[in-house]
Design a protein around this ligand. Sequence first.
Ligand code: UDP
Length: 425
Amino acid sequence: MSGRISRIATISVHTSPLDQPGTGDAGGMNVYIVEVAKRLAARGVEVDVFTRATSRALPPVTELAPGVNVRNVVAGPFEELDKGELPRQLCGFTSAVLRAEACHEPGHYDLLHTHYWLSGQAGWAARHRWGVPLVHSMHTMAKVKNAALAAGDRPEPAERVLGEQQVVDCADRLVANTAEEARELVDLYGAAPSRVATVSPGVDLGMFAPGSTGEVRRRLGLPHDAFVLLFVGRIQPLKAPDVLLRAVARMLDDDPALRNRLVVAVVGGPSGTGRRRPEQLQKLAADLGLGGVVRFEPPCPQDELADWYRAADITVVPSHNESFGLVAVESQACGTPVVASSVGGLRTAVRDGDSGVLVRGHDPAAYAAVLRGLHDDPGRRDRLARGAVRHARAFGWDATVDRLLEVYEDATTRFSTTTRAEVTA
Ligand code: UDP
């Protein structure tokens, strides 16, 4: 038990911590929830994660780790629903969450931590019913996302913008991943600065650590002398894997001899609007004449992913928007520098010129030039690799949990007797 907090309800409506990250809606937020919950439990804080059951086969409760239970709430059809259809299931979901607490003594949970606006809506009701403080993490924000859409990508609906605003207005504390996200909460959503806390996400520094490139390349069937570029993550326009493929096509146009030693590995599965045409990226690779250069790999668990990072010379993260970018930090922790777009959290996750290179915009030619420069300069790559390991060391999950516990304590203190009386009235 930590201070006054002994039991937390975490809400994650649209994606379950039991899902494999890197495909569908499961990504960094799932990793965040699992890593934080496990570490809170290790410090004596029990965590119940409420999520929507997506299969009849799921039991009502799954133990994820000692002290961490996933509560698979039945709300709406079991088969996967698009995120856009979930608001209509929120009433059923929320009432099931409220009933779950009713089975216990009043005051069972000390605090609610909700992730993404849909969960924040459920948390809004639970805060009032249970009389406990609500801490909310946005993870992504519609207003930020809509300002940086990939060509042809679908804007986030007004319903989400309004829903996010309501959650910002009612949460006792808002957790931002970076100082930039904290500023956006204040400037775009009018959050009072005193209610916003910046808490950096982390990386499992035990799992993601440098290793022998030669050995993992042998295991993964990659030539030992190849120049390996890696993309990891949910495949959707927002993540811009097409920019990497177009940049590679340009590099090969400029120097056809590179074809013999260039490998591009893409690890992840379709997500978001990318699910409507899951074969689109493979088709683009074929159209660009990259058959034999690009290798598509299904999503894999993080211990296997660590080998992909170790095998790569450079991880490329060309996203149009990232609230943080765990992939960038994981790669650096494995000693692989990152070439990333200079957007959002990537500006914190990568130290430009020291642990990787930040590229402005999404012009494939600009990426091609940076990648070619790094290909030609192994000495610079080695320096960046050393800088990458140094930079990633600042991002352990234990530090994230230390800081979150401070935020929880602060939220509890400020959730005064008056507030408690007011919200439960
Ligand atoms: N991931 C994974 N297996 C995969 C691909 C991705 O476990 O095959 C994980 C990866 O380790 C990272 C997360 O998915 O922790 C993606 O997080 P990131 O912040 O980079 O992107 P998001 O999904 O939040 O947009």
